[in-house]
Design a protein around this ligand. Structure first.
Ligand SMILES: Nc1ncnc2c1ncn2[C@@H]1O[C@H](COP(=O)(O)OP(=O)(O)OP(=O)(O)O)[C@@H](O)[C@H]1O
Length: 203
């Protein structure tokens, strides 16, 4: 399994944001994407996730099991700026929904909530949670279904120091398990031995 970008170009609103982005990420490897505001980090992640088309070049996923993961999108968890949760549903109900939607059950709902250290909020409506708690439950979403590629857009935004450390351990475990992580961030994520890509933007 490997994730490859070849001469990838991206645009927003018909205007070019970047071009000629190249990387290759192997199992167990992470790629940290940095760059100034507006340089195209989120755009790159959304293109990799299949949420936006590339304006040029290609993103490819080579997997031994092409049936289970026929595309990059099918192989990926995407954690964007929004947390993609229903505010009126409980934390457990939200995670149950995502587990059924994604399939490939990995951790149980209770176990995933435990892993992010929030068992006391399991039955609360998601909308009642603090900003950092919402982010941590969105991180639990990565754990309830198995996807080999994690695409993370500023994943630690809103997290306290202890939660940053806890999330670094979850990312490390995913890599040690042969997963791939591509993360856009302004804050060091505490991952050693990863690749780095700096976006310079074109605007
Ligand atoms: N929906 C949109 N329509 C038009 N232009 C957009 C849209 N979304 C983003 N852009 C533009 O695309 C460029 C890249 O934005 P992007 O969000 O990818 O940057 P970023 O590197 O993730 O920034 P930040 O560090 O602030 O999160 C910016 O110039 C932005 O104004």
């Amino acid at each position: 399994m490997r994730l490859i970008a070849e001469k990838l170009g991206g645009e927003r609103g018909g205007e070019p944001v970047f071009d000629d982005i190249n990387f290759q990420v192997e199992p167990g490897e992470g790629l940290i994407v940095t760059g100034a505001n507006g340089s195209g980090k989120s755009t790159l992640l959304r293109i990799v996730a299949g949420l936006l088309p590339a304006s040029s070049g290609a993103i490819r996923f080579e997997a031994a099991d092409a049936e289970e993961f026929p595309s990059v999108a099918a192989a990926s968890h995407y954690l964007g700026h929004g947390n993609a949760m229903k505010t009126a549903l409980s934390v457990e109900e939200n995670l149950k929904f995502w587990q059924e939607f994604h399939g490939s059950t990995h951790l149980g709902i209770d176990e995933a909530i435990e892993m992010v250290g929030l068992p006391e909020v399991a039955s609360l409506p998601y909308g009642y949670l603090s900003t950092g708690q919402k982010r941590r439950i969105s991180i639990a979403k990565l754990l309830v279904s198995y996807r080999p590629i994690w695409l993370l857009d500023e994943p630690t935004a809103g997290l306290d120091k202890a939660s940053e450390t806890q999330f670094a351990a979850l990312m490390r475990a995913h890599l040690d398990d042969g997963g791939i992580i591509v993360a856009a961030t302004h804050i060091p994520l505490g991952l050693e031995g990863v690749q780095h890509l700096t976006m310079t933007g074109q605007r």
